[in-house]
Write a protein that binds this ligand. Structure first.
Ligand SMILES: Cc1cc2nc3c(=O)[nH]c(=O)nc-3n(C[C@H](O)[C@H](O)[C@H](O)COP(=O)(O)OP(=O)(O)OC[C@H]3O[C@@H](n4cnc5c(N)ncnc54)[C@H](O)[C@@H]3O)c2cc1C
Length: 312
């Protein structure tokens, strides 16, 4: 019987990976999500009957999953859908003037494409931008990206004089859009690289300039996932289940439904929480969740915000 029981709230890539790591360490893990399927932003929309990725479309920072899968004694080849490295990172089109621009894994090719698209000077500025994004990435990789519990104070200590100088070079508290307007004169390029802010739901005018590091992340490798990004989420959820973790969708109950004696991540405004249909791909999760609910019976269901954890 595992010594530690953990509830992970959220089944986006972050929650799924955290849950896998904890399950791999022998903990008794339950993952709950307000959505009906795992994946968070990795979700398909049906367009003319075809699934189209609505959030992330390509897989980046593959090393994160490679390390995790290695820890779990498996690999991307065994556990994930087929991955294909892409030479075109992203294709952009502007409806206003009909212009198009591809960014390539090879930065020299991208610089040439930008020179044709905008001007040779913008092509050179792009190469300088890539160098800066790479510097920012390398300074932040240890102190922030790989840090298990990043804190501002610890990050400043770990950055050291060189790291602090790199960040200071961006300008104090600089936003992504302010930095981009200093780096590029063509508004389409400012707009294009400003999209990195949207990856975490921010606006370029509010997001920190350090998000430019996504340019470097993309150049380090972009993979297409067979079946789309949602297939990646499904395979991680399946792996979790193989490791004995339980996964479920948890939602507020309509008044007519039968309440379960459970305290769960729920937006319930009634006195009882209700575990709704579990993810369809997980045939056994309904039973698992009921077992979990029964074990958690000591938690009194009460009015609480969605995602509130069970406190004992
Ligand atoms: C438009 C767009 C394009 C992107 N493109 C790419 C790309 O091409 N490549 C790439 O690598 N990255 C891309 N990103 C970034 C990537 O999608 C995100 O970094 C990543 O999906 C975030 O994962 P997460 O687990 O942190 O959060 P999320 O995916 O947001 O997952 C959070 C989950 O928690 C659940 N949740 C939250 N609160 C509660 C609660 N209270 N109770 C229960 N459940 C709760 C939510 O339902 C959700 O399922 C893109 C992002 C966007 C928006």
């Amino acid at each position: 019987m595992p010594e530690h029981r953990v509830v992970v709230v959220g089944a986006g890539i972050g929650g799924l990976c955290a849950a896998l790591r904890l399950a791999g360490q022998g903990m008794d893990v339950t993952v709950v999500d307000a959505a009906e399927r795992p994946g968070g932003k990795m979700r398909p929309l049906q367009v003319n009957g075809q699934p189209v990725d609505a959030g992330p479309t390509v897989f980046t920072m593959r090393w994160v999953l490679d390390e995790l899968l290695d820890e779990l004694g498996t690999s991307a080849e065994q556990a994930l859908p087929p991955l294909q490295p892409l030479s075109v990172l992203a294709r952009h089109a502007w409806r206003t003037d009909g212009s198009r621009l591809d960014l390539h894994a090879d930065r020299t090719r991208s610089a040439e494409a930008i020179a044709d698209f905008a001007s040779p000077a913008e092509g050179r500025r792009y190469l300088a931008f890539c160098d800066e994004a790479q510097r920012v990435y390398h300074q932040l990789e240890g102190p922030h990206i790989r840090s298990g519990r990043p804190s501002f104070v610890q990050m400043v200590a770990d950055l050291g004089p060189r790291g602090l100088a790199t960040l200071a070079g961006l300008g104090p508290l600089a936003t992504l859009s302010a930095t981009l307007s200093r780096r590029f004169t063509d508004p389409r390029l400012q707009q294009l690289f400003g999209r990195y802010a949207t990856y975490c739901g921010a606006a370029p005018g509010l997001a920190p300039a350090t998000l430019m590091l996504v340019a470097h992340v993309e150049q380090a490798g972009v993979w297409a996932v067979q079946g789309g990004m949602a297939a990646l989420a499904q395979s991680l959820a399946a792996l979790l289940q193989q490791r004995g973790a339980r996964c479920a969708s948890a939602r507020a109950a309509p008044r007519s439904s039968t309440p379960a004696a459970a305290c769960t991540a729920s937006g319930s405004t009634t006195a009882s929480a209700w575990l709704r249909t579990p993810w369809s791909s997980m045939a056994t999760s309904a039973r698992s969740v009921r077992c979990w609910a029964a074990r958690e019976r000591r938690c009194r269901p009460q009015r609480q915000p969605a995602g509130a954890r069970c406190r004992r």
